[in-house]
Ligand binder design. Structure first.
Ligand SMILES: [Mg+2]
Length: 292
């Protein structure tokens, strides 16, 4: 049997909210015992790979920092490959800033560029945000999930983009599931505001773009023809698989609770499993499908 490498999505596959999903620790053990590899491939930018791994280990999910390929780590790599030496405005959580700083990038928070009174109450005047009024003029705006995003930060980001700064998004997920039936606004919702105001082209780092697949290829040395995507979201996970030319498993424990009657183009999974326990029990059937 060929040894495959599973690119596992996190939320909706290994866990949901604060709960580890049934079968997740067993599935990882099952893969290890059979010699298959795996990585977590996630659009989340809020935590560094080390803290994701520590958190998952506490939940009984055996993953090391080197197994975590999220848009936080990808942002560090990508910005260091393409924007070393450039001034970068970052909208994002503390651990995104920390990751970027660990790559010695020239990163700035809106809070560092704007006077506190303007940040607190910018009103509708735009003069304080004019590029010639700022001590530093970032030429790149990187947007990750930022739970303290506000009007002033959005105005500043738009201002820089209108002056020619490049707009980069860690991911474009419009929403993510909260506890219960509600959705929280995702990073894509803020990116859509910036895009709508400025008309700028957006460079997206996370899924369904293939940068994370390339990173696993490069860092783990896994050839693409041994990879399988396991995910719950059609427009990120399953579309990534199509773009990268690799098979996919849709698991129905997340955002897609049942198979569709008609699949959107480029979002049809290779295999569908109710949960990871079913994927294990039907593994031979899946394997025949995935390696055809
Ligand atoms: Mg998911």
């Amino acid at each position: 049997m060929r040894k495959l490498h599973f690119l596992l999505d996190g939320d909706g596959i290994l866990w949901r909210g604060s709960k580890t999903l049934p079968g997740a620790p067993e599935f990882l053990r099952f893969l290890r015992e059979r010699g298959h590899g795996y990585s977590l491939v996630s659009n989340n930018s809020s935590r560094r790979r080390e803290s994701v791994a520590a958190h998952l280990t506490e939940r009984g999910l055996k993953l090391s920092a080197a197994d975590v390929f999220n848009s936080n780590y990808l942002a560090g790599r990508y910005m260091s490959d393409h924007h070393a030496g450039d001034d970068i405005l970052v909208l994002g959580q503390d651990e995104l800033m920390q990751e970027l700083q660990s790559w010695s990038l020239r990163v700035h928070r809106a809070e560092d560029l704007m006077p506190p009174d303007v940040l607190a109450d910018p009103g509708l005047g735009i003069a304080p945000f004019a590029a010639d009024k700022l001590a530093v003029n970032p030429t790149v705006v990187l947007v990750g999930i930022d739970t303290s995003v506000n009007w002033a930060k959005i105005v500043l980001a738009c201002r820089l983009i209108e002056d020619g700064a490049r707009l980069i998004a860690t991911n474009r997920d419009y929403s993510f599931p909260a506890e219960g039936k509600y959705l929280l606004p995702g990073n894509g919702a803020v990116v859509a505001v910036l895009e709508g105001v400025t008309g700028a082209d957006v460079t997206t780092l996370g899924k369904p773009e293939t940068h994370l697949v390339e990173l696993v290829e490069r860092e783990k040395g896994v050839p693409r023809d041994l990879m399988v995507v396991v995910g719950d979201r059609l427009e990120t996970d399953i579309e990534l698989a199509h773009r990268a030319g690799i098979p996919s498993v849709l698991v129905l424990t997340g955002i897609t609770p049942e198979p569709l009657a008609r699949w959107p183009e480029n979002q049809k999974p290779t295999f569908i499993a109710r949960d990871l326990l079913e994927l294990m029990s039907r593994f031979d059937e899946f394997f025949a499908n995935a390696t055809r």
